[in-house]
Design a protein around this ligand. Structure first.
Ligand code: NDP
Length: 335
């Protein structure tokens, strides 16, 4: 149906993720390509134009961005800005009539997630969240084992996502106004996602604790958070996220066996095993390439949206409940 047409993608915010992951992946995608950029740094305009052959008509800044509405080369706007800027640019992109991919975390509040979803619905454009693992084969294998139950019912999940970060005290990720939160909104969303696809269910309650060992460096945002979930089938879950510890692991325990990925949530290659001793192994491919092609096929052919806005909102509801539990001394919050 798509007759080989490739969607034109414009990346908004040319920081490290756009530069080192998304733009290179867009050189290999089959159903979309890098057609334009939006940047607030004038020097990057020429740099990106030269490197990727982007015509000057497809280069925007944050002020003239809304004129992208008139640009027929751009089908998809991919927002890769600091978290607190996601909602504004996703809504402007939707109003410009462009399909939207929004990086994770989708926004910094449930209210903002609703605003993005509503803007996309009103404009009749598609919305995806940058959850690259939703398009990734190891993650699909977890979903398959949970769904097909070769080891019986799932009883417990553990998901850890974090890294040690001390390099730059001035980075936006440590600034609550731009990041919305700390480790939880940055890496914690991967652990939340893991707990959900690792059980095949949404949690029904959460209790959480915050750990601070370096209040000087983390004066504005959470350093480490642990949270415990209860699931509808009686399973329990434990997640941990941190800006102080390199943690990157998934474990699901079933009645008659288990599966584990370690690493579970970096750019790959990932690695995993089953309680039978079998290795979980797939050829390594760029997760970003898989993710953007999946989204393009959703737009072009109505293929499933692997990471819809409602999923980003669901995770933000859980993040807000985790922060509420911490603020109330670890009280169990119903979801
Ligand atoms: P960077 O700090 O490397 O880049 C952010 C870019 O946003 C800047 O380079 C700049 O681009 C633009 N920007 C505009 N206003 C500001 C501002 N006030 N402060 C800082 N930057 C600003 O961040 P990342 O690329 O690492 O992260 C961007 C988004 O992508 C985040 O939401 C993050 O969570 C997400 N991300 C997702 C990953 C994934 O695996 N899915 C991995 C990494 C990040 P310019 O100079 O062009 O204006």
């Amino acid at each position: 149906q798509s007759q080989g047409r490739k969607l034109g993608v414009a990346l908004v915010g040319l920081g490290s993720y756009s530069t080192y992951q998304l733009a290179p992946a867009l050189q290999d995608t089959q159903h979309c390509y890098l057609a334009g950029v939006v940047t607030g740094t004038p020097a990057k305009e020429k740099e990106w134009a030269d490197k990727y052959g982007i015509p000057s008509a497809n280069i925007y800044n944050y002020e003239n961005f809304d004129a992208i509405a008139d640009n027929k080369d751009i089908d998809v706007v991919y927002v890769v800005l600091p978290n607190a800027m996601h909602a504004d640019f996703c809504i402007r992109a939707a109003k410009a009539g462009k399909h939207v991919i929004c990086e994770k975390p989708m926004a910094i509040s449930v209210k903002e997630c609703d605003d993005i979803i509503n803007a996309c619905n009103e404009a009749g454009v598609k919305l995806g969240v940058g959850y690259r693992l939703q398009s990734e084969p190891y993650t699909n294998e977890i979903k398959r084992v949970v769904r097909e139950k070769p080891f019986g019912e799932v009883r417990y999940v553990s998901a850890e996502a974090g890294y040690r970060s001390r390099s730059n005290p001035d980075q936006w990720r440590l600034d609550k106004a731009l990041a919305g939160g700390g480790a939880l909104l940055n890496m914690g969303v991967y652990a939340i996602q893991g707990s959900i696809y690792g059980t095949g269910q949404n949690p029904i309650s959460v209790s959480a604790q915050e750990f601070s060992t370096d209040p000087e460096y983390f004066k504005d945002t959470d350093e480490s958070i642990s949270a415990q979930f209860k699931f509808p089938n009686g399973a329990t879950g434990n997640i941990f996220t941190s800006h102080s510890a390199n943690v990157n692991r998934h474990y699901s325990a079933f009645d008659n066996g288990w599966l584990e990925l370690n690493p579970a949530n970096n750019y790959g290659p990932l690695s995993g095993r089953l309680s039978t001793g079998e290795e979980i192994k797939f050829p390594h491919e760029s997760q970003q390439k898989l993710q953007m092609d999946d989204f393009a096929l959703h737009v072009l052919e109505g293929a499933p949206n692997k990471a819809p806005g409602e999923m980003g909102k669901r995770d933000m509801i859980i993040c807000e409940a985790i922060y509420q539990s911490i603020a109330e001394g670890g009280r169990t919050i119903d979801l």
